[in-house]
Design a protein around this ligand. Structure first.
Ligand code: TRP
Ligand code: SF4
Length: 403
């Protein structure tokens, strides 16, 4: 992994409708945390939405702004993280195209989501070129920012693995300049005699003994150098590791723990199950949904005792209630001491309380579309600057500078 990339995080979300509490408890809370610790790039993956929704594109355009407003409303801070829209950074498409030249079709065909999604979404024809290439587009999304870490769920880990393989192949093919070794040796000298000596020593022990701690020390040494160019740094890193120049560093998946947020039916909350509560759903609608959600089927009458373990409402108590309330539920449910509506009330209160500040902030943004637009414009520009720099490196490595 390249040194400059270590602290950079990138993640994307498809614009397919308003976000719901599952997104909040799964992905967004994690992003809010990450933005303080890393240099974060978060983007709306509108081209990705096209790979499966190419015949129903209206929802994509409608959701782009909604999603960004959702992000802002939960506390993603544009002062800390760069927020942008994929199609506004067309460099993603150019890198995707260039990477497609070196990516074997078999690598794409064996990504598990390719067959899985085709099975799952049988009503759509997904035997398209775009759908096959979608994980490669994702690889381009990541590599164009030289991101070191990519927060994703379990289902996306294979895509990050593909991005790693593609980066490795790219560096292998294009990272070997004809005079790579001389250039690397010359670059080492630019660090000064002492540092150069240390670098060669670390390199030798690492390459002879494979000692990973040494590799870390070598990376840290390079990171600390102020007066060498980015190109030289990439050379020295590649030379240290025993490969060519590292133009596209390999990213790592930062596994997001599976959201425990249940849906209204007790299954995982997901739009495709129609069991969601939107992040900024109207309070009346939230109340109504929770009041009518199913409970332990054994409690037909108020006087029938129930079992929280068999009740979707209990799953909400596991997220929203403290020990005292849970004890009250267990006791009251199993003895028929409380009714199901009584049991649901603390959940209704907790969900509404959680949503209130989010809803208030979203109203401010909805009332001020210019501000939202400005945040997106600024994010797109900042992202584009980084993407352009990477493409310069890529074109240079591929000898495409004649354009
Ligand atoms: N494929 C991701 C999803 O469907 C979204 C995505 C697109 C993404 N590009 C990305 C996530 C890059 C992380 C990094 O959820
Ligand atoms: Fe479910 Fe609560 Fe009713 Fe028991 S009392 S069945 S836990 S809603």
């Amino acid at each position: 992994m390249s040194i400059a990339a270590n602290r950079r995080v990138l993640s994307g979300m498809r614009p397919t409708g308003q976000l719901h509490l599952g997104h909040y408890h799964g992905v967004l809370k994690n992003w809010i945390q990450l933005q303080h610790e890393y240099e974060c790039f978060f983007f709306v993956a509108d081209w990705h939405a096209l790979t499966t929704s190419y015949d129903d594109t209206a929802i994509i355009g409608e959701s782009v702004y909604d999603i960004v407003i959702d992000w802002l409303s939960v506390g993603i801070n544009p002062g800390e993280a760069t927020l942008f829209v994929q199609s506004r950074v067309p460099e993603h498409a150019e890198l995707h195209l260039l990477l497609s030249m070196i990516t074997p079709i078999s690598w794409l065909e064996r990504v598990p989501s390719y067959k899985d999604q085709q099975e799952k979404l049988r009503e759509r024809d997904l035997s398209t070129y775009g759908f096959l290439g979608y994980p490669l587009l994702q690889a381009a999304d990541i590599l164009i920012y030289k991101a070191g870490h990519v927060p994703v769920g379990e289902d996306q880990v294979a895509h990050i693995e593909l991005a790693r393989e593609v980066a490795r192949r790219f560096n292998h093919i294009y990272g070997r300049e004809p005079d790579f070794e001389q250039k690397a040796e010359a670059a080492a000298k630019k660090m000064g005699r002492k540092n150069a000596k240390l670098y060669f020593e670390i390199r030798r022990t690492y390459q002879e003994g494979g000692d990973l701690e040494g590799l870390e020390r070598g990376r840290a040494l390079l990171e600390a150098q102020q007066n060498i160019s980015l190109g030289d740094r990439e050379r020295l890193l590649g030379y240290l590791e025993g490969g060519g120049k590292v133009i596209l560093p390999e990213p790592q998946a930062l596994l997001t723990p599976e959201s425990k947020m249940p849906g209204l039916d007790g299954e995982k909350m997901s739009k495709s199950y129609q069991n969601t509560i939107a992040l900024r759903e109207a309070p009346e609608s939230v109340t109504q949904k929770l009041r009518t959600m199913p409970t332990d089927p054994a409690r037909v009458r108020r006087s029938d005792p129930g079992d929280p373990q068999k009740c979707p409402v209990w799953r909400f108590h596991e997220i929203y209630s403290d020990d005292g309330v849970r004890q009250w539920v267990r006791e009251g449910c199993t003895t028929a001491g409380i009714g199901c509506l009584d049991c649901k009330q603390p959940i209704i209160d907790a969900v509404l309380a959680e949503q209130q500040p989010i809803r208030e902030r979203s109203e401010e943004f909805l009332d001020d579309p210019d501000t939202v637009r400005a945040i997106i414009d600024e994010g797109c520009e900042a992202a584009r600057d980084v993407a352009r720099d990477t493409l310069d490196d890529v074109r240079q490595a591929m000898s495409l500078l004649y354009r």
